[in-house]
Design a protein around this ligand. Structure first.
Ligand code: HAM
Length: 428
C-alpha cells in the first residue's frame, strides 16, 4: 500500500529544525513582553462569514485561498487564513475592547491554499500583534518599533527594509474608489476579464493587476494620494517624524496597498531581498473600521503579522541562528539486564529530581552493552552511567564516566551516584 504523505504545502518541522523555531519563538516572546503585550489564543476554525466580512469578499484570500467546508451541522467554517479577524472576534466577544486599550499578541498556524514555493506554504506560522483603542500615530510607531526590536535581537536589521504608505481614511477610500471606478468604466474595453470583474466588485484590486497592459493604462488613473484627507496626511506625517526620531529608516511606497480590505491610513511591510520572490516577512497597519464592521462598538486598531517560516529561512541562510544546546543530552544511562528496569527508572527519577536542569536519557528496550554504549555516544551525552548485574544479584554499584576517550569507568556505590555525577558535571 502506498505510504501517506503530508498535504502539499504543509510542512513537518523535524527535531533537527525545532530548536531554530524555539529560538525565534523565544526572541519574539521576549520582545512582546518588553513592550507590555499580552498573549491571546483563539481557534484555528471560525465561521467563514468572519473572514468574508473582515478580509473582504473580493480578495485573493477569500476568493481563492480559504480552506472552507460545511461541518456536520451544515455550518460553513474555514481554517483561519490570518489572525486579525479571529483576534477581533475573540476580543470583542469577551468584552475586551469597548472603552479599553489592549495590547495583544498571538502565534499559530494559518492556512491559505496558495501555490506552494519557497517561503510560501499552505499551512504557515505567524507571530502577530494587535493593539486596540489607540487612535494616534504613536501606537503605529510603537508596533513598528516593536518589530524593529525583534530584527535587532535576531541580527536581521541590516537585511530588512521598512516600506510604508498612507492609504487614507475609509471615507477617502470610498471617494477614491468612485473616481477609480469611473475611470475604469471609461476604459472598460482596454481591461482584461479579471480587471473588468474587479472594476465592479472591488476597483482598488485592479491596481494589483499583473497584466502589463492594464498597468500602462493605470498610469493615467486617478491617484489615491489626491483623495487622502488632511487628517490622514497629518497622522502619516507624524508617524514618519516619530520613526525618524527613534532612528527607524523607511521608504515610502505609494504602491503598497496590502491584500486585505480592512486597512486604513498607515500600512507597512518589512521586506528582504535575501528570500527570492517571497520577500515580505511582516505586514500590517491600521484597521480602525474593522471592529465595528464585525458588529462591535467603534474601536480603533493597528497591528501586524510576520511569517515565521520566512524568518527561519532568513536566519538559516544568513547563518544567524546561534548554536543550540537544546538537543544536547547530559547523561545516557545504560541498563544491561532486564531485572534492572525498576532500579534504573528509580535512579533516573532520583537524579532528575536532584538536578532539575539535567537532561538524562535512561535506556529502554534492552540490548547488549556494546549496542547501548554506541547509542550513548550517538546521543552526544557527556556522561554515561552503566547499570549492570548478574542474574539474581542485587545492584549495589554503578559505573560512571565521561564519554570522552581518555576517561575510564569508575565504580560508585548506587546511593552515591548523584554526588559523583554532580562532581563530574560540576553541578550541585
Ligand atoms: P499578511 O500580509 O497576509 O497579513 O501576512 C503577514 C505575513 O505572513 C506575510 O508578510 C508573510 O510573511 C506571512 N505569510 C503570508 N502568507 C504566507 C504563506 N502562504 N506562506 C508563508 N508565509 C506567509 C496578515 O495576515 C494580517 N493579518 C497582518 C495584520 C495583523 N494586519 C493587522 N494586524
Amino acid at each position: 500500500m502506498a505510504k501517506l504523505q503530508a498535504i502539499r504545502g504543509m510542512n513537518d518541522i523535524l527535531p533537527d529544525q525545532t530548536p531554530n523555531w524555539q529560538y525565534l519563538e523565544k526572541c519574539f516572546q521576549e520582545v512582546v513582553h518588553r513592550y507590555g503585550y499580552r498573549e491571546i489564543r483563539f481557534p484555528v476554525l471560525e465561521q467563514t462569514q468572519l473572514f468574508k466580512r473582515s478580509i473582504g469578499e473580493v480578495t485573493d484570500i477569500v476568493e481563492k485561498e480559504m480552506y472552507s467546508f460545511d461541518d456536520r451541522n451544515g455550518d460553513n467554517l474555514s481554517l483561519r487564513p490570518e489572525g486579525t479577524a479571529g483576534c477581533v472576534r475573540a476580543a470583542d466577544q469577551h468584552g475586551l475592547l469597548f472603552n479599553q486599550q489592549q495590547r495583544l499578541w498571538y502565534q499559530g498556524p494559518m492556512f491559505r491554499h496558495e501555490r506552494p514555493q519557497k517561503g510560501r506554504y499552505r499551512q504557515f506560522q505567524q507571530f502577530g500583534v494587535e493593539a486596540f483603542g489607540m487612535a494616534g500615530p504613536d501606537i503605529d510607531a510603537e508596533i513598528i518599533q516593536l518589530s524593529a526590536s525583534l530584527w535587532n535581537d535576531l541580527q536581521l536589521s541590516d537585511y530588512l527594509t521598512l516600506e510604508i504608505n498612507n492609504i487614507g481614511a475609509a471615507e477617502d477610500r470610498k471617494r477614491y474608489a468612485a473616481a477609480l471606478t469611473a475611470f475604469l468604466f471609461s476604459h472598460a474595453d482596454e481591461l482584461d476579464d479579471d480587471a473588468r470583474n474587479r472594476m465592479h466588485s472591488n476597483p482598488m484590486r485592479v491596481l494589483d493587476s499583473k497584466n502589463p497592459d492594464v498597468q500602462v493604462l493605470l498610469k493615467n488613473a486617478p491617484a489615491l494620494l489626491d483623495y487622502v484627507s488632511e487628517d490622514s496626511t497629518e497622522h502619516y506625517s507624524t508617524l514618519k517624524a516619530l520613526l525618524e526620531q527613534v532612528g527607524i529608516s523607511f521608504i515610502e511606497n505609494p504602491r503598497l496597498v496590502r491584500g486585505l480590505d480592512y486597512y486604513n491610513n498607515c500600512v507597512f511591510e518589512w521586506t528582504t531581498d535575501s528570500l527570492g520572490a517571497q520577500g515580505t516577512v511582516c505586514g500590517g497597519g491600521r484597521y480602525d473600521g474593522l471592529v465595528e464592521q464585525l458588529g462591535g462598538k467603534p474601536t480603533v486598531a493597528a497591528g501586524f503579522a510576520m511569517g515565521v517560516e520566512r524568518l527561519v529561512l532568513m536566519l538559516d541562510s544568513l547563518g544567524k541562528i546561534p548554536p543550540s544546546t537544546a538537543q544536547v543530552i547530559d547523561v545516557y544511562m545504560l541498563v544491561v539486564g532486564k531485572e534492572l528496569t525498576a532500579a534504573s527508572q528509580l535512579l533516573a527519577k532520583q537524579l532528575r529530581e536532584r538536578f532539575p536542569a539535567l537532561r538524562l536519557v535512561a535506556h529502554c528496550g534492552g540490548g547488549k552493552y556494546n549496542n547501548q554504549l554506541k547509542r550513548a555516544y550517538n546521543s552526544g551525552a557527556e556522561v554515561a552511567i552503566v547499570l549492570e548485574s548478574e542474574p539474581g544479584e542485587v545492584l549495589e554499584t554503578v559505573k560512571i564516566r565521561r564519554l570522552d576517550d581518555s576517561a575510564e569507568f569508575v565504580s560508585v556505590e548506587l546511593a552515591k551516584t548523584a554526588d559523583k555525577l554532580g562532581e563530574i558535571l560540576s553541578i550541585s
